[in-house]
Write a protein that binds this ligand. Structure first.
Ligand SMILES: *[C@@H]1O[C@H](CO)[C@@H](O)[C@H](O)[C@H]1NC(C)=O
Ligand SMILES: *[C@@H]1O[C@H](CO)[C@@H](O)[C@H](O)[C@H]1NC(C)=O
Length: 539
């Protein structure tokens, strides 16, 4: 008997070692850490506010969450299909420092909604489902604040739309299910956007369109495989770009992800000299969603495409990721590199339609154009999961609710209430710089020259390449972070003051289309290691 056990455990050991060596992915570090096993809700929509708190919400129409509203607060909705009297919270504030959770009150349904942080640091969040589909909701960053909701803040219902903050402080809300138009906050008029009608296929692979504000003041809009440049001041399409090659749709439910690569402002006075490049990664075959509905889970797409949208006649440059991924989140790191994290290797977004969770993040170096596979998590993050940059250079990872209700057992992938932080390898290298002074202050004007004093912690190994970056962490849901932006500032000079103390002079971007008024995390990057971000405000 014991002999058999020894044999079988030996076999198992051999099997495991051979598996891990044959399927061995190169490990390049980084580390996941659970911040909290249970925040009470599933992190479906997330934004970091300038008080360093995360505002997180899921939806009001899928049952009782695991956190109660303060006593006396409940939500009564006779039309709700899941629960008509609900005293549980569907939004929380999370403090990444203390890991504490504060329940917040959303009364109308935020499911598959969108958002943007305004120039004043207020989270403005729009649309959703049912009673929330015309809502605009406001959350100010303060320790006692709660949601304020305006039920008819939108002219039309917006479900699966995307938002962008504009240089004049307005917010544009683009698309939504069966919507081929856009509107603004504050409420004004609705404008037609034929791109959304043209790119709608039988699986609606053009929801949550990718939006990026370009330095020339126009909005890049990408849906399914096609993209345009929209002048939102005159409401005209000013350019059409070539179709993205390959056999993949890139937007929900074939969710890929998209970023505007870091803007290098080495001559920030001359807007025309700024190169703007979009990068879109992952997605799925256009028929993948309808096949998944019939139980056939196709491999996700493994390509990324880059397009220099400031060129006269740009072409997509295609690259292969180390693995296929749908529902991945692309997070711009303060160094200017890109973290690709979360998602699945097969299927699409939507209820129970993802398979083979991708547990390994990948970091793409924007300088060497190389992908590196990172160490894995143990928690699958599928449909309705998020990843969002934190002030200290870590990345919050949360959510996953591929089920129609909160389901904690008896399903293939249970609803996840946990939050993790992913620390990229740069946090383990030592020699971290620390900003000790910003002159003339934390309120900045366009074009202003600023001086940053910083110290490099012991073991920093002397002088290394210095960069100054400004980052907008944005608003994340459904594998797309709206308004995410990294600006690499034009620098003048780096002076060594003494020992490990330095001062660097840099210029705040000169134009509102490059850096819309609002809050930014200012970082010094020394030898590839970013400081903690310091919140600054461009007025
Ligand atoms: C949260 O879940 C735990 C474990 O199932 C349960 O004991 C607790 O009562 C729940 N709390 C709320 C407020 O639903
Ligand atoms: C300035 O940036 C452009 C791209 O935006 C790049 O081609 C050029 O080499 C840069 N120049 C310097 C001096 O860094």
């Amino acid at each position: 008997m014991s002999f058999i056990i020894i044999i079988s455990s030996l076999t198992l050991f051999l099997l495991l070692t051979s598996l891990s060596s044959s399927s061995a992915l190169p490990q390049n570090g980084g580390k996941f850490k659970v911040l909290r096993r249970n925040i009470g809700i599933s992190a479906m929509h997330v934004a970091l506010l300038p008080n360093d708190k995360l505002i997180i919400f899921d939806r009001t129409d899928f049952g009782l969450s695991n956190i109660s509203l303060p006593a006396g607060r409940c939500r009564d909705d006779l039309n709700d299909q899941a629960v008509k009297h609900d005293c549980s919270a569907h939004s929380i504030e999370f403090n990444p420092k203390t890991h504490s959770v504060r329940p917040l009150t959303v009364l109308t349904d935020t499911w598959c909604s969108s958002g943007a942080v305004s120039a004043d640091g207020v989270l403005i969040q729009t649309g959703g489902f049912n009673d929330g589909d015309h809502s605009v909701r406001y959350f100010s960053p303060c320790d006692t604040c709660d949601w304020e909701e305006i039920k008819n803040g939108l002219i039309l219902k917006r479900w699966y739309a995307s938002n962008a903050l504009l240089p004049d402080g307005r917010i544009i809300v683009v698309g939504g299910r069966a919507r081929f138009d856009y509107e603004f906050i504050p409420k004004a008029s609705v404008y037609d956007l034929p791109l959304l009608r043209q790119t709608r296929d039988s699986s609606e692979n053009n929801l949550y369109p990718f939006l990026h504000l370009l330095p020339d003041g126009n909005l890049f809009v990408f849906a399914n495989t096609k993209s345009i440049l929209l002048d939102f001041k005159t409401n005209k399409v000013v350019r059409e770009f070539p179709e993205m090659p390959g056999n993949a749709a890139r937007n929900y439910p074939s969710s890929g992800s998209s970023v505007l690569l870091p803007l290098l402002l080495n001559n920030s006075e001359d807007i025309n000299s700024i190169k703007a490049e979009i990068m879109i990664c992952g997605g799925a075959e256009p028929s993948s969603n309808s096949k998944a509905m019939k139980g056939e889970f196709l491999s996700a797409d493994d390509t990324c495409g880059r397009l220099v949208v400031t060129e006269k006649s740009p072409e997509w440059e295609m690259e292969r990721m180390p693995m296929s991924r749908v529902m991945g989140d692309m997070v711009l790191l303060p160094t200017g590199d890109i973290l690709i994290i979360n998602g699945a290797g097969k299927g699409t977004a939507g209820w129970c339609m993802g398979r083979e969770p991708v547990l390994h993040p990948v970091i793409y170096s924007t300088e060497n154009k190389m992908f590196k596979v990172m160490d894995p998590t143990t928690i699958p993050r599928l449909y309705h999961s998020t990843a969002h940059l934190l002030t200290d250079g870590r990345v919050m990872v949360g959510g996953s609710n591929p089920n129609i209700k909160y389901e904690f057992s008896g399903v293939l992938f249970p609803t996840e209430l946990s939050l993790e932080a992913y620390s990229p390898p740069y946090l383990f290298r030592g020699g971290r710089p620390r900003i000790v002074m910003v002159e003339p202050g934390l309120e900045l004007r366009h074009g202003q020259r600023i001086t940053l004093g910083f110290k490099v912690e012991r073991g920093g190994g002397g002088e290394k390449e210095v960069k100054v970056t400004m980052v907008v962490p944005g608003f994340t849901t459904h594998s797309f972070t709206m308004n995410q932006r990294v600006l690499v500032l034009e620098m003048v000079v780096v002076n060594k003051i003494s020992g490990e103390s330095y001062a660097v002079d840099a210029f705040v971007p000169a134009a509102a289309a490059v850096a819309p008024p609002g809050y930014y995390l200012l970082h010094v990057v020394h030898g590839g290691v970013p400081s903690r971000g310091k919140w600054v405000k461009i007025k």
